[in-house]
Design a protein. Structure first.
Length: 152
């Protein structure tokens, strides 16, 4: 149990370091992939519209002013609404966008496992003993005679 807790702590520290670093001083390229253009509905790094250029200038100015990534995103959401963010929030109804793919993978894995188990149980010696297809005793005797003739 202690090993599991220590492993969880190490993973948390390893993943927190990059997140904290980007929160302190984000780059324009980092934010361009996380912010949507309101007119073309693509991320800023793919958009060439005038509003996307203005948003890039705004983000650059906020980075120069020392704002963190979350502060810049908050200001953009206040100005354009939550649709400006490329990824949905992890609260309320939008939480389904994060949870449903994981649930789907889990259900698919369980279904695939159950089907594989059922398929493997249907094959093997148990099916032959339960009246499955077998060799007629007369044919088996003839086969043994023919094989014995070739052996000797």
């Amino acid at each position: 149990m202690r090993l599991l807790a220590a492993l969880a702590l190490v993973l948390a520290l390893v993943s927190a370091a990059p997140a904290a670093a980007s929160e302190r001083q984000p780059t324009l390229g980092e934010l361009e992939g996380e912010v949507m253009c309101p007119t073309c509905k693509t991320t800023l790094d793919q958009s060439t519209s005038p509003i996307a250029a203005r948003i890039r200038v705004f983000i650059s100015a906020r980075i120069q002013a020392g704002d963190t990534k979350s502060e810049i995103k908050r200001k953009l959401v206040a100005q354009f609404g939550p649709a400006i963010l490329a990824s949905p929030s992890k609260r309320g109804f939008n939480l389904l966008a994060w949870v449903l793919p994981l649930v789907g993978l889990g259900v698919g894995a369980v279904a695939l496992g159950a089907l594989a188990w059922r398929w493997s149980r249907g094959r093997g010696p148990a099916s032959a003993a339960a009246g499955g297809p077998g060799i007629d005793p007369e044919l088996e005797r003839q086969l043994d005679e023919e094989l014995a003739r070739f052996d000797g």
